[in-house]
Design a protein around this ligand. Sequence first.
Ligand SMILES: Cc1cc2nc3c(=O)[nH]c(=O)nc-3n(C[C@H](O)[C@H](O)[C@H](O)COP(=O)(O)O)c2cc1C
Length: 189
Amino acid sequence: MSTTPTRHVLFLVASAREDGHPGNTEWLARQAAAALPPGTPQTWLHLARLDLPPFVDQRHTTGQYPMPEGDLRRLLDATLAATDLVFVAPVYWFSIPAHLKTYLDHWSAWLRVPGLGFKEAMGAKTLRLITTSGDRTKAQPMIDSVKLCGAFLAMPWGGELWGKGGAPGAVAADAAAVAAAAEFLRNPV
Ligand SMILES: Cc1cc2nc3c(=O)[nH]c(=O)nc-3n(C[C@H](O)[C@H](O)[C@H](O)COP(=O)(O)O)c2cc1C
């Protein structure tokens, strides 16, 4: 008999706001998290506060990577422990913020850590995106990009939640986004 694993939601916050100044995207994500079934385990990591080395492309030299150490290992372990990944990432230049891009680049290394089984593990996790920007149309390339990254690892797509951001607090005025947040994470995919 197969059993559904207990949900564990990992929120990866990618805004570059200063420490102690949560932005619109995190605010919207916290609204969504508040609607999770009570007691659902959740982990929040702010990528800008982790010491993440730049990715080095060794695919066609050594062809493999050692198990990461330090904050990178912490990030990998949090990723593997989650059933649901939520990227909490504003749109920066029509694209993915640098901190999140660094994390994604490390997926290419983790795919090549002998014995890790990263690809198989990722295929069992749902990927979602919570994002804010000045304009919904301009967010589309970034949304498409995140979706394609998940599809590359055969991750089920749980959808995107977009809100109109700007200065901190602005998204609270986007009534449609706030209403959608209350439903966004409620059900597993
Ligand atoms: C470096 C940078 C690039 C940005 N690029 C865009 C953009 O391409 N399109 C857009 O609509 N807004 C853009 N914005 C605005 C942010 O997406 C918006 O203020 C967002 O709500 C910030 O999220 P946060 O409050 O969670 O940090 C940019 C902001 C920054 C700091």
